[in-house]
Design a protein around this ligand. Sequence first.
Ligand SMILES: Nc1ncnc2c1ncn2[C@@H]1O[C@H](COP(=O)(O)OP(=O)(O)OP(=O)(O)O)[C@@H](O)[C@H]1O
Length: 746
Amino acid sequence: WVSNSVFRTSCARQFPRNYAATIEADVPVQDSIIPAVAEESSPPPVSEDSTTTTSAENSTLLELEKDSNATTEEGDHDDSAFEVLAGNTALCLHKSDLKRDDGFDGASTGWTSWVDDASALRLRSCLDGLELPPFARSIAQPSSLVTASNGDDDEIRRDQVIRWLRWIKACPSPLIIELSPALRQAVNATIPNEAWLQAIDSTRDEFLERIGCRLIVLPSGASLNQPLKAPPGAMVYGKLLLGGVTRFRVIGGNSQRSIARKAGARTLVTSPQTLRTPSWLQYGGPQRNYEAIDAGVAVFMEVLILPKGLSLPLLDDNDEEGSKSATTISQMKWNPNHMLDLVSEQEAEQAAAALAANASEPNPGNAQILSSSGNEYINHMESSISASVGGLRPQIDSIIRRVLDGRALVAAADADATTASGATTINPPQSAGADSVRRREMEALLGLGLSPVRGLLLYGPPGTGKTLVAREIANVLQARPPKIVAAPELLSRWVGGSEKMVRELFEDAEGELAACNGDATKSALHVIVIDEIDAVFRKRSSSSQDSGGEITRASAVNQILSKLDGVKQLGNILIIGMTNRKELLDPALLRPGRLEVQIKIPLPNKEGRREILKIHFEALRRRGLLSQSLCNAIDGYHDTTPSQKKYSGNVDDQAWRKRLQSFRKRLSVVSSRGAEQMSSALWQHRILDLASDRWTGGYSGADIAGLVRSSGSFALARARSQDGGGLDNLIITLGDVAGALEEVKQ
Ligand SMILES: Nc1ncnc2c1ncn2[C@@H]1O[C@H](COP(=O)(O)OP(=O)(O)OP(=O)(O)O)[C@@H](O)[C@H]1O
């Protein structure tokens, strides 16, 4: 009922107390996984005779609220998100107490009806608007870095925020940051006078002890060891700030007889653009727990308010409950005013629109790769490549370790600019990749003289996925679209033609490096794939030494080598050579500094074939276009029902035929057509595991891709002939695959 922007302004007016003045000055924080703990605990000023002054001394909150449409006085302190939260919490609690005093107490109208609806709604919309500061987006999505800054203050705050976010991202185990003292302190500062407390017949301490606030950090996939508790009647408002989390209640489990069970599980994930989700409300009573989804760290906040007469104990480092659930930190050096931001819906929409306009990531998985660190980074790369390349896990692992790890990830710029003259130029990327952890890693490695590998050789039989791997490498590194050439194309018959073609191949990389002042860590990567590389880099034979072709070849070779390890070497390229015949290559090409990493891409084994089958059948399966028996054959799944078990064993033909007949009979009761198709496929082909040597032994990835296409065409032909051309009934069956197997083998 109140838009966030109006509400923010009005709240800022209602709670003008300068919270920042009462909290410790910012202290530089170390980049460390171990939280920085304040030397001295500073207990919240909760004493009744607090002498805190206020600029709204003569006004009560209620009066101020009435006046919420008035304009902000000049020079008013612009309250932080945390202060606004404190103001709303105070107002909600105060108004609820007034309501209770009017006779609506929990005992007579249910435990939770003690809360005043209007102010509770306002508190909810305050939480809705809470998010990590705008710079958080630059950490989660470096390519959409918010660059606007308003001078030194913003710079300091930005640094604090970035350190704070890096710190939570590196959090190794569940962590509860007890912010209740800070919130109580902020609430205390918003209490206008003692009359305000007398109106609800409460002391300052009693009032403040009914307020709680915790920030909970859960590493990817982790949950709290022990559920959290809040007394019945408590209102627990939650807000997800980063990542995704499943929240649920834990019912039972206290006695030996009842086993704990999850109830009311709800998963929330922040939008990648705005990092926002709506807040939630849980009631006290049953225990609650949270589990981060397995996609990075999750950060969320809980604000608790308790009915009159109750008080919320603080979790501290030695607290039994706290230490059972997670590591608890009660004294933080992070300034709560820097930990949160409050954004109106309008602002959030504008930010989302700006991000959408600037977004340069083609897929969100790569954004994750850019923002992740350490093992997370490796895992993301591996799963991203393995999603489209099957059966090559060991090879992918060693490519990642030897070629990709330690490279700065600078996403390719959104689009290449076209100059006034019409010539296309390539801009260096503007994105935050330049600010990434990986860039610093790369700089450190370069400082140690460990430059990233610039050449990779993939060799192996045809159709095993060498080109596919090269494309995926370019994709995962967010490089420029790879340039793929067949080596023989480089050998022009015309004088100077070869040199020109090689030059063109490297032109873009050189241009971008020049635009980055020669700093390779600021340039996007350029991947150049040279197929059939043996045609150019073959061992020299004495007979052809002086022929024209040999001279052309030698000049192309020299030029490529000079880009790799010569004086004019380029740091922003990765050359991937591919060949079916490594033994023909000139050993000089394989020297360190040239194509120094050589990976054999072999024919897939049984499990590899299964992975490839799954990849290529995946889209069809998801759309329900595969028969159940085909799905089973792809998965290599042997039904353990007695009837099917019989068919998978070694049976002589006579027995097999008999069993098949009874199988047919039983199936025909269900569907005569389905029975016909299924039983004939079983009978003729007995395909129970499509990946087995018997069916696809010796197949390459390309053969399997062809098998899938061919099966589809069989199914299509069948659907046309049986269903009069309608494609609605298109289903690929084992029979279609059997036909395709025959075809592919030919
Ligand atoms: N390991 C694999 N996983 C998934 N698909 C694969 C795999 N290997 C090959 N394919 C499929 O086969 C197609 C052709 O493979 P690709 O061109 O990468 O083979 P190649 O090894 O480069 O062959 P060549 O040596 O003949 O150039 C790919 O586009 C892909 O559809």
